[in-house]
Design a protein around this ligand. Structure first.
Ligand SMILES: Cc1cc2nc3c(=O)[nH]c(=O)nc-3n(C[C@H](O)[C@H](O)[C@H](O)COP(=O)(O)O)c2cc1C
Length: 201
């Protein structure tokens, strides 16, 4: 079995799938992995919507404008929508044990922790997919598309769509995949992104 570091070397955004189905049990294990993520104050605002119904996947694909995205979305065995319920965080941080350390008022959020937790969950989904011998890719839902997605997937207003993760058996990359960011952007050097002890000298 691959070590964690070996697994990580294989992680890349997969946007091309064979169309082969993935059993429910596998998707359930992947979804369960996401629940193992850290979350601020144990607020547990994470929600996952696993879309494995072929007809719904086809509808998601049909909503895409370019052929590359249509094939990417349509051939995936599943989409896992990573959702967050921000209100769970406000509720949790207004409980007495939290208020006791923040002077009786809700904490001033350094960054939106509900997005941080969703990011951690998306990574767990991705790594679990790799562990299952599958590939994964991630996409954002454009703001102007949000209402259509909500309607199609019956997502209520108190849940925010953070990202979608496609999962499936990887296929050879079509040419359009090479035009995406990872091919056009250089990887930043280690010493540009990792520094020790003090950021500036
Ligand atoms: C929050 C987020 C949103 C992303 N949205 C898209 C997207 O809409 N379309 C897309 O093709 N890739 C998207 N990606 C994938 C990135 O382009 C990809 O992870 C990045 O280029 C690095 O490539 P790699 O994952 O293969 O290492 C997204 C990734 C993240 C983390």
């Amino acid at each position: 079995m691959d070590s964690f570091y070996e697994l990580l070397k294989r992680r890349r955004a997969v946007r091309s799938y064979t169309g082969e189905r993935v059993p429910r049990e596998t998707l359930e294990r992947i979804a369960r992995a996401a629940r193992r993520g850290p979350n601020a104050g144990y607020s547990q605002g994470l929600r996952l919507l696993v879309v494995d119904d072929p007809q719904t996947i086809e509808q998601l694909a049909a909503m895409q404008e370019d052929e590359g995205s249509q094939a990417w979305f349509g051939k995936a065995a599943a989409h896992i929508l990573v959702l967050t319920r921000e209100q769970d965080y406000h509720d949790r941080y207004n409980q007495p044990d939290k208020l006791a350390v923040t002077g009786g008022v809700e904490v001033v959020w350094p960054v939106p922790f509900w997005h941080v937790d969703a990011g951690a969950a998306l990574m767990l989904v991705w790594l679990a997919a790799l562990e299952e011998g599958l590939g994964a890719g991630v996409y954002g839902v454009p703001v102007e598309e949000d209402a259509r997605w909500r309607e199609l997937l019956a997502i209520p207003g108190d849940l925010t769509i953070v990202v979608g993760v496609t999962i499936g058996h990887p296929a050879a990359d079509p040419d359009w995949d090479r035009a995406t960011s990872a091919f056009s952007q250089r990887r930043r050097a280690q010493d540009e992104v990792v520094r020790w002890n003090r950021w500036s000298s």
